[in-house]
Design a protein around this ligand. Structure first.
Ligand code: B12
Ligand code: SF4
Length: 501
């Protein structure tokens, strides 16, 4: 159990601002923090930009007929050696920012209206791309002498904390998972106490590392999703979390395992998760769930117990999850287990293929074999589960043959795959590859114009290998395959989850 909050006469009024704003389902972080604060007797309102019609990032929008050309131009211009081409690209990217100027104005105007209600403190949960909005919110609160506390999924790396902790008007940043500390954090903010005594809390004067990963997940209350604008979601989807972190945790590029909740694998018991599913099913009148675990088959026993218990907990449940076809003899993803998962309502899975080249998978330390991923995808398809795969191009050391191998993988398996998300490799602060690069161990020669952007935890760069004509030819082929797959209609049972994962 966690520390009890100090005694209080009248309950504090807190405004929780959701800048992870997603148009398809509620945000786990907000649901968890609201539940803990209410359990501890605080009065909480949630400010969600979606409630005023601002939808945030369109995660996976429908692919148009010219999608292949669009994707190709994005990849090629990102790696162009001519600075004007890159400047033009940056200009276009700015116009695609998740919250454009108009939306930001609407969010801030609505925020001003909300503040009139009077709050003792404002807590902001933010993805890093919302810097300007966070600054504007903090300035508005400062002018009313309302303390602001900040947290979010990527305030776990020292560079990022440094880049955010001195925003004028932000009293403190909490790095790491908030549940054990958020109530004391609020009391400290309101009482203008020395917040640095709390684990993971940094201020303009003192920088602390993120709080250690939270151990006993079963002790947490169920998330509270009552504040979300339910009428604005296309479907009633409930996010569920079984474990935090990933049972593998070694992929060099992975910034999920360097995030606030991703560090070190821990799991709730299947019984607790199933009883949370049943609770939300009644409360929100739905039977659709999105497991947000990084790898739901991390602990094979828990995964098996979820599959076995899901229909008993919520009759008619439909759900989606991410899995990793790792090298364990039993990774929980055999043909028979996948059939059982389908029977338990799993309509879609997402998995990181990353590359069709074994050489690249090994260099990423993916801990997986192309052949086994391929078999798993086919088995899932046969079981009636829609499959989404994520891939990366431009990983340091990637050659045209590797991109060709990825294209060939999709040519072989396209009919078994419902969607492909192909990302250009992004170097993220804190990942194993970035730390290695910083120590000068690898890759510097292939990454050009590399610069640190700690505000967004990225290291923008150009990949030297991508400039060769043979590489571009291979990329064009790969994009042709992804385009062909993504243009198809989705398996009917999975459409409720389209754009989520
Ligand atoms: C599931 C998930 C999603 C789901 C959303 C689920 C949901 N509705 O909640 C989907 C698939 C929709 C999604 C979409 C996107 N996501 Co996402 N997502 C995740 C994932 C895998 C898990 C999130 C989760 O369930 N967390 C569980 C909760 C408990 O953890 P938490 O969010 O970190 O919150 C805790 C702490 O951070 C802290 N905390 C958080 N806020 C605050 C505030 C205060 C005041 C305090 C004190 C503490 C605190 O306490 C919380 C409780 O412990 C994370 C990966 C990760 N490792 O975190 C990425 C992640 C959060 N996503 C990310 C991104 C970039 C996106 C997209 C923009 C991707 C894209 N380009 O399309 C979109 C944006 C969608 C949108 N907002 O419009 C990034 C954010 C990085 C950043 N720069 O900030 C992450 C970290 C992935 C990564 N490694 O890069 N995502
Ligand atoms: S299996 Fe997935 S979540 Fe786990 S470390 Fe690799 S990429 Fe990250």
């Amino acid at each position: 159990m966690y520390d009890a909050p100090p005694m209080q006469t009248a309950p504090l009024r807190i405004l929780l601002v959701d800048l992870n704003n997603f148009a398809r389902c509620p945000t786990v972080a907000i649901g968890m923090l609201a539940a803990v604060l209410r359990r501890d007797g605080l009065q909480v309102d949630v400010f969600s930009p979606l409630a005023i019609g601002v939808a945030g990032v369109a995660r996976e929008s429908r692919v148009g007929p010219f999608g292949r050309i669009d994707q190709y131009l994005r990849h090629v211009t990102a790696n162009a050696s001519i600075p004007t081409v890159r400047a033009l690209r940056a200009h276009v990217a700015l116009r695609r920012h998740p919250i454009g100027l108009d939306e930001a104005r609407r969010v801030l105007a609505a925020f001003d209206q909300t503040l009139i209600d009077g709050y003792d403190a404002v807590l902001v949960s933010a993805y890093l791309m919302y810097r300007e909005v966070v600054e504007a919110i903090a300035a508005r609160c400062a002018s009313r002498a309302i303390p602001v506390g900040l947290g979010g999924p990527y305030f776990a790396q020292p560079e990022v904390i440094d880049a955010w902790r001195s925003i004028p008007g932000v009293s403190a940043v909490l790095g790491g998972e908030g549940e054990p500390y958020v109530t004391r954090f609020v009391h400290g903010l309101v009482g203008r106490a020395a917040l640095e005594t709390l684990p993971g809390v940094s201020t303009a004067n003192v920088r602390k590392g993120a709080a250690p990963p939270l151990a006993d997940l079963d002790a947490l209350p169920f998330a509270d999703y009552s504040d979300f604008p339910w009428s604005r979601y296309p479907n009633r989807l409930i996010p569920l979390v079984t474990g935090r972190g990933c049972g593998w945790g070694r992929c060099t590029f992975c910034s999920d395992v360097t995030s606030s909740m991703g560090r070190g694998f821990r799991s709730r018991s299947a019984a607790r998760v199933l009883s949370e599913a049943a609770h939300h099913a009644v409360r929100h009148e739905t039977s659709c769930f999105v497991f947000t675990d990084l790898k739901l088959n991390s602990d094979v026993e828990t995964w098996g117990a979820l599959v076995d218990g899901m229909q008993r907990a919520v009759p008619g449940a439909r759900w989606v999850a991410a899995v990793h076809a790792d090298r364990r003899a039993d990774n929980g993803l055999s043909a028979s287990r996948l059939k059982a998962a389908a029977a338990a309502g799993m309509v879609r899975l997402t998995t990181g293929l990353e590359s069709g080249s074994q050489r690249i998978l090994d260099s990423m330390q993916k801990g997986a074999d192309v052949s086994r991923i391929e078999a798993m995808i086919r088995d899932a398809w046969e079981a009636g589960i829609s499959v989404r795969i994520t891939m990366i191009v431009g990983y340091p050391g990637e050659e045209p043959e590797d991109v060709e191998a990825s294209a060939r993988f999709l040519e072989r398996n396209g009919r078994y795959v419902g969607r492909v998300l192909l990302n250009r490799f992004s170097m993220i602060t804190g990942t194993r590859i970035q730390r290695r690069l910083r120590r000068g161990i690898a890759h510097r020669d292939t990454l050009q114009d590399l610069v640190a952007d700690s505000i967004s935890a990225t290291w923008p760069h150009r990949y030297a290998g991508a400039q060769a004509r043979s590489y571009r030819r291979a990329l064009w082929r790969l994009l042709g395959e992804t385009h062909r797959i993504n243009r198809r209609a989705l398996h009917l049972s999975a459409t409720a989850f389209e754009g989520v994962m």
